[in-house]
Design a protein around this ligand. Structure first.
Ligand SMILES: Cc1cc2nc3c(=O)[nH]c(=O)nc-3n(C[C@H](O)[C@H](O)[C@H](O)COP(=O)(O)O)c2cc1C
Length: 239
C-alpha cells in the first residue's frame, strides 16, 4: 500500500499555514506530519563550513529552479529562520487539528512526558525522532527512548520511529519495542545519489529482505509475531 504524508512546519506567514494544509488535502495526502523539533535549525557546522546553498524560494515554484541563494553562512539555516515560526506550542496543535480532517502526527517526540501530552492533545500518532541526530548534539537515540514512549502511550495511538535505521535487524528491534512503523531518511537519499530511482528501490528492497530474513530466523511469520520474539533478540544496551 502506498500513501503520502505531508511534512509540515509552522511558517511565519499565517495565511500560508492553512493554504499548505488545504493543498495537502486536495492533493490526496493521507496525513499531516508536523515537525515539532525544529523551532530553529540546529547548528550544522558542516553546512556552515560548506556554505550550503538553497534553491531560491520566493515561492514554492522556486523548488524547480536550480538558482541558489548565495549566503556566506548556511543557506538552509537562513531559510528556516526567515520562514519558520519558532514559537510553536501546544495551542498551535489545537488550531491545526481544527482546520483539517486529516490525521495529525507529531514528529520529534523523545520523552514519555511529551508523548502523554500528545495523546492528551488528541493527535493521531507520534514519531519518535531526533531528526536524524541533525538538530541537537546529545539528544537521545530514538531507539533508546522508544520503549518508554510506547509504554506511556499504551496503544492509544500508533508510535512510529525514525533515525539511524540502516538494516532489517534495526527495523526488527524497533518493531519488537512496540513501534508500528519505521521511517527512513538518508538511506533513500544515498540510493538516489548512487543510482537514481533504481537506487531508491534497491535500498527499500534490501531493508525489506533483511527484515524478512530476520523474521524467518527468529520464527516470526508475521509482523504481529515480532512482539514476543523480540525478547530473544539482542537489543541495544541502554544505561
Ligand atoms: C536531506 C534531509 C532533509 C530533511 N528534511 C527534513 C524536514 O524538512 N523536516 C523534518 O521533519 N525532517 C527532515 N529531515 C529528517 C528526516 O525526516 C528524518 O527524521 C531523519 O533523516 C531520519 O534519520 P535517518 O536519516 O538516519 O533515517 C531531513 C533529513 C535529511 C537527511
Amino acid at each position: 500500500m502506498l500513501f503520502a504524508f505531508f511534512s509540515y512546519m509552522f511558517t511565519k506567514d499565517e495565511t500560508l499555514r492553512s493554504k499548505l494544509v488545504k493543498r495537502a488535502e486536495s492533493n490526496g495526502f493521507k496525513a499531516i506530519v508536523l515537525t515539532v523539533d525544529t523551532p530553529k535549525l540546529g547548528r550544522r557546522e558542516a553546512d556552515v563550513k560548506n556554505k550550503l546553498g538553497t534553491p531560491k524560494l520566493s515561492n514554492l515554484e522556486g523548488l524547480l529552479s536550480v538558482d541558489t541563494d548565495k549566503k556566506s553562512d548556511s543557506g538552509l539555516q537562513a531559510f528556516v529562520s526567515e520562514s519558520k515560526d519558532a514559537s510553536l506550542s501546544w495551542k498551535d496543535i489545537e488550531w491545526l487539528k481544527s482546520i483539517t480532517k486529516l490525521p495529525l502526527l507529531l514528529k520529534g517526540i523523545l520523552t514519555a512526558e511529551d508523548a502523554q501530552r500528545a495523546v492528551d492533545a488528541g493527535v493521531s500518532g507520534i514519531i519518535v525522532s531526533n531528526h536524524g541526530g541533525r538538530q541537537l548534539d546529545y539528544s537521545p537515540a530514538p531507539i533508546s527512548v522508544l520503549e518508554e514512549v510506547v509504554d506511556v502511550v499504551s496503544g492509544a495511538i500508533p508510535v512510529l520511529v525514525d533515525g539511524g535505521f540502516r538494516r532489517g535487524t534495526d527495523i526488527f528491534k524497533a518493531l519488537a519495542l512496540g513501534a508500528k512503523a519505521v521511517m527512513i531518511g538518508r538511506p533513500v537519499v544515498f540510493g538516489l545519489a548512487a543510482k537514481g530511482e533504481q537506487g531508491v528501490r534497491k535500498v527499500i528492497e534490501m531493508l525489506n529482505s533483511e527484515l524478512e530474513l530476520t523474521m524467518t530466523l527468529t520464527g516470526c511469520p508475521t509482523i504481529k509475531d515480532i512482539g514476543t520474539a523480540g525478547a530473544m533478540f539482542e537489543l541495544p544496551v541502554i544505561d
